[in-house]
Design a protein around this ligand. Structure first.
Ligand code: G1P
Length: 293
């Protein structure tokens, strides 16, 4: 059974500079909600109540977001803003959230190694703090947990990406077990397209077994100076099987500028209060752009 989730939120955010210089990219809003809140909510709605967020330099805002804020709550109460007050209190009591700081930014594998004491000898879920996945049915983490419950082994969320994008992701190769499920044979972090075993990309959601920690310890920094989780899972394959699930859902990588814009447009269009107004605005805007051409 999976009881704990680890959310790495420690990276520099170099793909989102200058914004990420002083403000964590995980705090980038999707309309009005920080990305990491939606990630925590995915873990909670998958049935996980114990969450460890790996932070680092410049990431204090993440801790503050999940903390109570007495002054703000008093102010909202005095002004009779009951809905907002309820929402602020809901956020600070979403889950049992713990924090640990990664001392140096040495990559995702290194960040995960900070979770060893907290998760102990249990399997755990990993949700990247800058990636939101919108699922029509069950949350993605829950979909992966269901596979874990069946096989008791590592499970990785996969997404098909166009060939020209494989060099941006960890890519897996494997044997199809059934529609959407593969037994993983190899994993390569950000391969050139010619060396990619498939176009199935690691999509920021994992169920890992505690064996991963001893494997991470054996991994050396790669040419980017990072200890890659992907390489540790590859090493794990010598001892344990790992499965990949091509999940049902849409991934939004908020740490990427164009994806950030697209995400906000899509969530804006779906917004209960002003979705229709926003749609009208965009339609007019697109028309005026076309006439200017
Ligand atoms: C990380 C992982 C990579 C995965 C990606 C998903 O890379 O190392 O395997 O495909 O997340 O977003 P990053 O984007 O942090 O460089």
């Amino acid at each position: 059974m999976i009881r704990k989730a680890v959310i790495p939120a420690a990276g520099f955010g170099t793909r989102f500079l200058p914004q990420a210089k002083a403000m964590p990219k995980e705090m980038l809003p999707i309309v009005d909600t920080p990305t990491i809140q939606l990630v925590v909510e995915e873990a909670v709605s998958s049935g996980i109540k114990d969450i460890l967020i790996i932070t680092g330099k410049g990431k204090r805002a993440v801790e503050e977001h999940f903390d109570g804020n007495f002054e703000l709550e008093t102010e909202l109460e005095a002004k009779g803003k009951k809905d907002l007050l309820r929402e602020m209190r809901r956020i600070s009591s979403l889950a049992d959230i713990h924090f640990i700081r990664q001392k140096e930014m040495n990559g995702l594998g290194d960040a995960i190694s900070y979770a060893e004491q907290h998760v102990g000898n249990e399997p755990f879920a990993v949700l990247l703090g800058d990636t939101v996945i919108d699922a029509p049915g069950k949350p993605i983490t829950r979909q992966l947990m269901d596979i874990y419950d069946h096989y008791d082994k590592t499970v990785i969320g996969l997404e098909e990406v166009p060939k020209e994008k494989v060099s941006r992701y960890g890519i897996v190769g494997g044997d199809k077990i059934r529609d959407g499920l593969v037994l993983i044979r190899e994993l390569i972090e950000k391969p050139p397209v010619a060396k990619a075993p498939s176009n199935l990309a690691i999509a920021g959601r994992y169920i890992l077994t505690p064996k991963i920690f001893e494997k991470i310890r054996k991994i050396k920094k790669d040419k980017r100076g990072e200890i890659q989780l992907t390489n540790a899972i590859q090493l794990l394959l010598e001892e344990e099987a790992a499965y990949g699930l091509r999940f049902d859902g849409k991934r939004y990588d908020i740490g990427n500028k164009l994806d950030f814009l697209k995400t906000n447009v899509e969530y804006g269009l779906r917004h209960k209060e002003f979705g229709v107004d926003f749609q009208n605005y965009l339609t007019d805007l697109v028309k005026s752009f076309k006439t200017k051409k």
